[in-house]
Design a protein around this ligand. Structure first.
Ligand code: ATP
Length: 479
């Protein structure tokens, strides 16, 4: 059943998982019916939140355990249509605003089982891995409604070679690259190159499969590690060797509902571990929005030269993309070039963008699935946002967990600050570190500078052993 249609009988509602409580309430004059009784397993307790009666009450499951998922759960929790929000597996932060379910994001069958048993109205998939493994296809087969692309659509992120070929076919501006499935050919190719070059594993590699090689020796060792030593397993059996592009990076997020889309505000992230963009690449050490290197001219070219050809190309391949598409761009002197396509919300960009989003996220996600995005309101706070990531010492290399985190309540008192947990867990009534990236602190401000000052004030109040964060997120950037 699609948006705008109404279901007629209780029986149909019971059978049809694409039923939405809102539509059902509209079909029944006094609108009191909501859902059929919920089968509760996994020891779920009735939520105090569910006591608030809501005729449009929806149950939402967010899959993942990072800062992105905490931000998604936080934003969805604020929706007037959300009755209960679950997070699988979640973290100590989601535990405070939603109901954690102890199922890992990799256990697709168990997640589908939970959603079915608990009559979840909408599942929002955070990370790329379950999308690439086909979670949305599995949910569809079980007649469960999920936000995110199908397995074939998720290839736009899961295979850099697939994405590059599509870009080539649609003449989408991107770096020139050659594809290799034979390591000796790739090594031989190195002899002819001008450095730096970029070596990319084809598949998903936890953000570590891209090596910027300043010289031939580094390129050779990256090729050897990926193709011969199997550092990333199958993900590195095929590689791209790509021209190095100079410029500044920018993240654009688009809700894509098949042939139509809506752009979200721009953002920039800081990928390197250390100040001054030094050290190894990480999942992201901070972000800010709006991006200071983005403007209307770039945006209109981005729509005609990147977004529209991309969706056309996907449709020509028989792929309908429904979900969040996030092209990573580099702004060169010749304009925007695509570095990669992601098929899910960015982390930490989501933690930067959602506090700026004034509109209700839930109808936007619903409209993305239903392909009627044009009707949705999408309003933004004009204030800027700055997000600082607090990581465990050693990240992205080896790090210790289990450190007690203090000062969270004090930090949350800073005006217009939102703290999103990532690698945290609750133990012995304390919040402990449980991952590489531990917390993301976002602040809003009338300027980027004001937001930055608030974010760092809050960060200064949080403590855990070997805490590491960058001091230069959005430093010197004006809007
Ligand atoms: P993530 O997991 O964060 O999405 P990824 O591992 O899939 O990243 P990319 O975003 O393609 O990989 O690349 C990671 C980083 O490497 C980019 O943010 C950029 O800094 C750098 N990079 C990638 N391709 C190029 C290029 N052609 N020229 C210059 N830098 C590049």
């Amino acid at each position: 059943m699609r948006s705008g249609e109404v279901c007629i009988t209780l029986l149909e509602c019971a059978r049809n998982p694409f039923h939405k409580a809102k539509e059902y309430a509209e079909a029944i004059p006094n609108g009191k019916h909501g859902h059929l009784p919920v089968a509760i397993s996994y020891s779920l307790q009735p939520s105090p939140l569910s006591l608030q009666s809501n005729a449009f009450a929806m149950k939402i499951l967010v899959i993942g355990s990072g800062g992105r998922e905490h931000a998604l759960a936080w934003k969805l929790r604020r929706s007037s249509d959300a009755e209960r929000v679950f997070c699988a597996p979640g973290n100590a932060g989601t535990d405070e605003i939603a109901e954690n379910v102890a199922i890992p994001a990799s256990d697709l069958e168990a997640l589908a089982g939970f959603a079915k048993e608990n009559r979840i109205d909408l599942t929002v998939v955070g990370p790329d891995d379950p999308l690439a493994a086909g979670i949305v296809d599995l949910f569809a087969a079980e007649k469960l409604r999920a936000f995110g692309p199908t397995k074939s659509a998720a290839r736009i992120e899961a295979s850099k070679i697939f994405a590059k070929e599509l870009m080539r076919a649609q003449k989408i501006p991107t770096a020139e690259a050659r594809t290799f499935s034979d390591s000796s050919e790739a090594l031989h190719h190195c002899e002819r190159l001008k450095f730096p070059v970029v070596i990319k594993a084809d598949g998903l590699a936890l953000g570590k499969g891209v090596i910027v090689a300043p010289d031939a020796a580094t390129a050779r060792s990256a090729i050897d590690e990926m193709m011969n030593q199997g550092r990333f397993g199958d993900a590195g059996r095929r590689i791209l060797i790509e021209d190095f592009l100079r410029g500044t990076e920018c993240s654009l997020h688009a809700l894509v509902g098949g042939s139509s889309y809506r752009l979200l505000e721009s953002a920039r992230d800081h990928k390197r571990a250390l100040d001054g963009d030094q050290g190894p690449n990480t999942g992201g050490m901070g972000a800010f929005s709006p991006a200071n290197n983005w403007n209307n001219k770039l945006e209109s070219k981005f729509e005609t030269e990147i977004m529209q050809p991309l969706l056309r190309g996907l449709l020509q391949e028989g792929i309908t993309f429904r979900g969040l598409l996030y092209p990573g761009l580099i702004i060169t002197t010749d304009g925007a070039r695509v570095l990669e396509f992601n098929c899910r919300f960015g982390d930490p960009e989501t933690q930067t963008l959602l506090p700026r989003m004034k509109s209700d996220l839930l109808p936007l996600l619903e409209a993305t699935i239903d392909g009627n995005l044009s009707k949705c309101a999408l309003e933004w706070d004009t204030r800027a946002a700055v997000t600082v990531v607090l990581a465990s010492g050693g990240y992205p290399g080896k790090y210790e967990t289990g450190k007690t985190i203090s000062g969270l309540d004090d930090a949350a008192k800073v005006e217009d600050v939102q703290i999103f947990h990532a690698g945290t867990k609750r133990a012995d009534s304390e919040v402990k570190t449980a991952g590489g990236r531990v917390l993301t602190v976002t602040a809003l401000g009338s300027t980027l500078e004001a937001a930055r000052a608030r974010a760092y004030e809050a960060v200064s109040r949080i403590h855990f052993e070997n805490c590491h964060y960058r001091r230069d997120i959005a430093l010197g950037v004006t809007n």
